[in-house]
Write a protein that binds this ligand. Structure first.
Ligand SMILES: [Zn+2]
Length: 293
């Protein structure tokens, strides 16, 4: 657990998957050398050229509010196009419980974007029907992503398998839960919590900033998938919807994080899963947090 002011931040792990280096079309093995002391092992395995990709969500417990940032991949989902997220059976809710939170305790679910590995625990299967997992929560998502992923609006051309995460994990919320659509740049949406537009990886992606008692944390979602991107901000991943825009967003978040010294909490980093950005003569460096969230 990490504290930011009066808020507790807990990482709730779902699964850790291996991701081949082909994640980055611009991959250059030589770029590993300068950071290999800490990068190889905790983040990257040279035996099979793969990254550790953690799928986790962030639990933020404030004095009066319990907030979940993103909801992982979910259990028992039908994912014909993404076998690694298909039919999962993880003790995610038990892990949430171990952090002191039952599903009914969650006040807000803030969804940075609506990709497969960020929306899954929005719903669980009950009597053959997908129902909201967190019955008392207000679910927050950007209007842009909500429309872009809807097979009746922006995703008409997508194959049926590709829109399943929307169909089984977002649409049931629109029908059965309290949903708030946002623009993704709201200030003080909740006390101390702002949204920052971070388009590119997903067209409607937003980062979430938490500030309390002079401390600051920035949940950057998938602005970066792996810490090697701190050193190579021009590398967008094969999962980025708009790689050029993702690159611009990455550079601006790196600059902001270095200037403000805030703790950044990405959605998929391995190691200690969060850290700090430092400006260097060549660009930026990553300093992993000493403390595990
Ligand atoms: Zn992701």
């Amino acid at each position: 657990m990490i504290k930011i002011g009066r808020y507790e931040i807990h990482r709730i792990e779902e699964v850790v998957v291996r991701e081949h280096k082909s994640l980055f079309a611009d991959w250059d093995e030589a770029r590993v050398e300068p950071i290999k002391d800490w990068f190889v092992g905790d983040y990257y395995d040279t035996a099979d050229d793969s990254f550790a990709t953690s799928i986790h969500t962030w639990l933020v417990k404030g004095p009066d509010l319990t907030i979940l940032i993103d909801t992982g991949s979910g259990n028992t989902k039908d994912r014909p196009l993404s076998p690694r997220f298909a039919g999962l059976d993880t003790p995610y809710l038990e892990r949430l419980k171990a952090a002191g939170v039952a599903p009914e305790d969650v006040d807000y679910v803030l969804l940075t974007h609506l990709h497969i590995d960020h929306v899954g625990w929005n719903t669980v299967l009950s009597d053959g029907k997908w129902v909201p997992t967190f019955p008392n929560a207000t679910y927050v998502m950007t209007r842009t992503d909500r429309e872009a992923k809807d097979p009746l609006i922006g995703a008409k051309e997508k194959p049926a398998g590709a829109v399943l995460p929307f169909v089984d994990s977002v649409k049931p919320l629109l029908e059965q839960a309290t949903v708030k659509l946002v623009e993704g740049d709201e200030q003080n949406f909740l006390p101390g919590i702002d949204f920052i537009k971070t388009p590119g990886h997903a067209v409607g992606q937003m980062a979430i900033r938490l500030r309390d008692e002079g401390e600051e944390a920035l949940f950057i979602a998938d602005v970066m998938h792996q810490p090697i991107q701190v050193y190579n901000p021009e590398w967008s991943s094969k999962f980025c919807e708009d790689g050029v825009l993702a690159r611009e967003t990455r550079k601006s978040i790196l600059s902001y994080a270095a200037e403000n010294g805030c703790l950044i909490l990405p959605a998929h980093f391995g190691g200690t899963h969060c850290g700090y950005i430092e400006k260097t003569a060549e660009g930026y460096a990553y300093r992993p947090s000493d403390v595990m969230p």
